[in-house]
Design a protein around this ligand. Sequence first.
Ligand code: NAD
Ligand code: ZN
Length: 342
Amino acid sequence: MLALVKTAPGPGLSLETVPDPKVDINDVLIRVRKTGICGTDLHIESWDPWAAKTIHPPLVVGHEFVGEVVETGSNVYDFAPGDIVSGEGHVTCGLCRHCMAGRRHLCAHTVGLGVGRDGAFAEYVVLPMTNVWTHWPGVDEDVAAIFDPFGNAVHTALAFNVLGEDVLVSGAGPIGLMATAVVRHAGARFVVVSEPNETRRAIAARMGATVTVDPRERDLGDVARELGMVEGFDVALEMSGAPVALRSAMDAMAHGGSIAILGLPTQEISLDINQLIHKLLTIRGIYGREMYETWYKMTVMLQSGLDIRQAITHRFSFRDHELAFATARSGDSGKVIMSWTD
Ligand code: NAD
Ligand code: ZN
């Protein structure tokens, strides 16, 4: 099969012919149709310090995908050829305390698809049956291709109650954009999106932001007061990884507010813990998706009118992967999709 491979340590990815993945008794073999490019893929492509420490080539990269089941292992009864599926890219151990209790998102032994095992930027991908999610017939395949980051958005956006609350989304990358639509759908009052990039602010406005803000130009507390918030934001979703964004969010929170942090900083962040204490703030880290509560919520919200399609801005053939990666890296894009069927 053809696959996008990190063949050796160092920058770049190449389209290679590699053996089809082996199907074990508990596995599902999937013919990949569409994939989404994630920041993780960009880190692996550019071979930054995180990638150099984490990735062991040769490796087929990629983890956001939708495809069609073509073969199942002898233990697998719940999936059949023709099913349209996506994969939960965190393959958990199944044996630890949390896995045994059904809290698989808390597993400390997670192996990432396209990170610690061969991934989905390929004509075929294999996953254990416990990592496969079946879509409903007629699902929009572009949307199905990005269930993984959509799940990050939903997991973060629903970490705290947003119904009737004022929400700050800091960072309008693909995940912040989807989170904006989710909190709007979930009944937030004001949704303020803070994002330096103008293209992304414009998409956020179309996806449900009450106001979009360039944080280099406007103070978030001033924006909250102008909107008529009494003290500040009730909930903040940190989706930028920028230290200054987290500190600005803390400054602009109401007493008793809650901050869910998804954005991965590349350095330590110093915070005013006195502010955390005196405002009685709650801060929670978010990793991945809840298996499979988040997947269930994604499905039913889409079926009840949530629309995240505007977060997808570009579509390429896998053969144009270099252009697709450059577009994703540019920042002047939302989600970038590669098709594997042409
Ligand atoms: P992205 O890099 O495309 O988006 C981040 C956005 O933050 C960019 O648009 C950037 O312009 C903006 N930004 C930069 N400085 C800012 C500031 N001071 N204030 C507000 N916005 C600012 O990333 P993405 O794909 O949308 O993912 C969002 C974040 O979540 C990233 O940090 C990513 O690494 C992280 N992530 C975490 C998990 C997890 O499981 N915890 C999973 C996926 C992604
Ligand atoms: Zn485990």
